[in-house]
Design a protein around this ligand. Structure first.
Ligand code: DX5
Ligand code: ZN
Length: 223
């Protein structure tokens, strides 16, 4: 199970320090929530900040950009240029999903598609053979610290079956990632559903304990 820290609830005045704390705790896949104040009602950071972050953290951590923006089709290249290794785009925000994910891959990054809690999985099934990752939102995007929406279970289970079937037929592997409200109390259940990559924000970055301490509790839950 990959634990992908999301720094939204960390002290964003010290973004680099928050990411470094996660890396020092042993987390090498950083989930970076890019919001444009348009697709979602919140604003975070964009390519210039991510480029500085890449410089501060070095080459090692995987930068997973979750683009909650309306113009991902025309701007994804800026995120790759800033040092992002993986780009996920929302099916609700992109007109031509096929062209977009293929352009992302041609540009040298891995490509993922994201579905909101109320979005059906059909558009994902249509391009399963073209993507590296599917991100199922278990909260409505925009803010950290929201409650997990349990009705996403059937979508995860259907995706697990479809991906296993694709792989059994010699097709490509697609990683299932989940994002929103993931904590130590539900992470073992998510693994049982077939999730391989969990975004964890407030479960790691909170006032109760350090990232390392919170991560130890999550690891215990997965034992
Ligand atoms: C929501 C973001 C998530 C979120 C995760 O729009 O995509 O990555 O910040 O935070 P928690 O784990 O607190 O729900
Ligand atoms: Zn996210």
């Amino acid at each position: 199970m990959i634990i992908a820290p999301s720094v939204l609830t960390a002290n964003l005045a010290d973004l680099g320090d928050a990411c470094q704390e996660a890396v020092d705790a042993g987390l090498n896949w950083l989930h970076l929530d890019v919001m444009d104040g348009n697709f979602v009602p919140n604003l975070t950071f964009g390519p210039p900040v991510l480029a500085k972050l890449r410089k501060a953290l070095g080459d090692s951590p995987t930068f997973d950009a979750h683009l909650m923006i309306t113009n991902a089709e025309t701007s994804f290249q800026q995120y790759i240029d800033a040092g992002c290794d993986h780009i996920s785009v929302h099916v609700e925000a992109v007109n031509d999903l096929h062209s977009c994910v293929n352009a992302i891959k041609t540009a040298g990054a891995t490509a993922g598609v994201v579905i909101n809690p109320n979005t059906p999985i059909d558009p994902v099934l249509d391009i399963l053979s073209d993507i590296d990752l599917v991100l199922v939102m278990s909260v409505n995007p925009g803010f950290g610290g929201q409650s997990f929406i349990p009705t996403v279970e059937s979508k995860i289970r259907q995706l697990r079956v479809a991906i296993d079937d694709q792989v059994a037929k010699g097709g490509n592997m697609v990683q299932i990632q989940i994002d929103g409200g993931v904590k130590s109390h539900n992470i073992a259940m998510l693994r049982e559903w077939g999730v391989e990559n969990c975004v964890v924000g407030s479960g790691l970055f909170n006032d109760k304990a350090t990232v390392a301490e919170n991560l130890a509790i999550i690891h215990e839950a997965l034992e």
